[in-house]
Design a protein around this ligand. Structure first.
Ligand code: GTG
Length: 439
């Protein structure tokens, strides 16, 4: 771990690019990228001339907007949607293939972050929590929930292939680890979780409410537009019990923008030499707009992501075909969450997370276990990727705060366990093992 610690750059402790700006200020701001200015100066002059010559400025602005859109559409052709990627592009290498991955340190570290955060909040909720995982993918976190004695797991994802994978893993875990005696109800649902037309929650039994809603490395997909993120947040919050938690891991906006701005200094140009692109031999991020016009709404700021062995998509010639994601402007996201009764209780970049959580004995032990015997090659480069991510935790309810006292009177139908003659009783819930298929 020592090399990793050394590589933690104080400077990277995230200058907040949206700092000290209230929502309205953010809305009016255009975040310009400093690079490429030289080569673009001439074009800008032309544009300015065009608009000042014009009798009707707004018409020209619209024209330019359309022109930019068309130009960036052209560049975006190399992008693949996440749905297509997870349906056609992704192949699970299995446990052995995973061990051989060149980014196994990053994968293990990020899994430690998830295991720790899941453990922390499941413990606060007490045994017998019910969990809804939005964008559960191939079920990589199933056992992290099971180890915390949950009683209900509902996993949903847009990609059928991923859910098939998750169900296979569930069978394996059940068989290999729990001797086929896992008393957790597991349900998988295929749905587009941010579709404003779909009624995802109607697919879940009306009596189920959740103590924990989780979305790991996937929220960015739903930031395409305002309608979508609202539909997603409705799904995340409506059946979340008061006092329950909404947890997730995402790319941190400040870090990715900072890298984009400073990319010339860090560009590993042996691997990447295109405009608006940065990364190293394992990952690559490519933006398609030079200006983010926040006044159009902080949504739809698209970039392409590539990560070896994970978000790893290439064409027949071996060229990277990026998978599309959308920037999460966290301040906006936090504001939006409040409308759904979700209040921020924790927010940490993975580096800070490590700093804080590795001081806690049980998470230190867990990290020793999860990160042991790993190939130390190029940890620094993997750490560069780890630093892109952050953890967030929201709590539902007006009184949500860092005070983790969970005795909330407004709690809906919760599977709250209580003790009766030394037996743990789960209110309203008969534990059983059950799998449901999906179409
Ligand atoms: P990953 O899901 O590819 O790999 P693992 O965590 O190793 O999962 N990242 C991921 N996503 C989806 C995104 C994204 O959408 N956008 C961006 N920007 N980054 C993303 O994720 C790897 C890394 O990619 C993440 O950490 C992010 O940095 C980034 P998996 O292979 O499923 O392994 C998870 C757990 O399942 C491990 O504990 C394994 O031991 C276990 N496991 C793996 N295979 C099997 C199996 O066949 N059976 C059983 N029972 N367990 C298995």
């Amino acid at each position: 771990m020592s090399e990793k610690n050394n590589s933690y750059d104080e400077d990277d402790k995230e200058e907040d690019f949206f700092q000290n700006k209230n929502t309205s200020e953010i809305k009016d701001e255009i975040i310009p990228l400093k690079e490429e200015e030289e080569s673009e100066k001439e074009k800008e002059k032309e544009k300015k001339k065009l608009s000042s010559d014009s009798k009707n400025n707004s018409e020209n602005k619209n024209f330019l907007k359309k022109k930019h859109k068309l130009e960036s559409k052209e560049k975006e052709k190399e992008l693949v949607s996440y749905k297509d990627y997870y349906t056609f592009g992704y192949r699970d290498p299995g446990k052995e293939g995973r061990k051989a991955s060149r980014i196994i340190f990053l994968r293990s570290f990020n899994n430690w972050v998830k295991a720790s955060i899941i453990n922390k909040y499941c413990r606060l909720l007490g045994r017998g929590a019910s969990v809804l995982e939005l964008c559960c993918g191939k079920g990589g976190d199933l056992d992290k929930y099971f180890m915390n004695q949950i009683k209900l797991f509902v996993g949903a994802d847009i990609a059928r292939e991923s859910l098939v994978n998750a169900m296979e893993r569930l069978k394996k875990i059940k068989n290999e680890k729990y001797n086929n005696n896992l008393k957790i109800k597991c349900i998988f649902i295929k749905d587009d979780l941010s579709s404003p037309q779909n009624h995802f929650l109607e697919k879940i039994n009306k009596k189920y409410y959740f103590d924990l809603v989780s979305c790991q490395f996937a929220l960015h997909y739903h930031f395409e537009n305002e309608k979508r993120i609202n539909a997603f947040l409705k799904n995340a919050s409506e059946r979340l019990c008061d006092g329950g938690y909404f947890i997730g891991t995402i790319i941190e906006d400040n870090v990715i923008i900072k890298r984009l701005r400073n990319r010339k200094n860090m560009l590993d140009n042996k691997y990447i030499n295109e405009k608006l692109t940065f990364g190293n031999e394992y990952y690559s991020v490519k933006f398609y707009q030079k200006h983010f016009n926040i006044s159009d709404g902080p949504y739809g700021i698209k970039y392409g992501f590539y990560l070896e062995d994970s978000i790893d998509n290439r064409d027949d010639e071996g060229n990277i075909k990026y998978v599309e994601e959308y920037l999460i402007v966290f301040k906006e996201f936090e504001e939006l969450c409040k409308k759904y009764g979700l209040y921020l209780v924790e927010k940490k970049n993975f580096t800070k997370f490590y700093e804080d959580y590795s001081k806690i004995e049980q998470y230190k032990r867990l990290s020793n276990k999860m990160l042991k015997d790993l190939d130390n090659i190029n940890i620094k480069k993997q750490w560069e990727i780890i630093q892109l991510y952050m953890v967030f935790v929201f709590r539902k309810g007006k009184e949500a705060s860092n005070n983790n006292n969970n005795n909330n009177k407004n709690t809906k139908t919760r599977y709250t366990p209580y003790l009766e003659k030394n037996n743990i009783v789960f209110d309203n819930f008969e534990p059983e093992f059950h799998e449901e298929t999906f179409d």
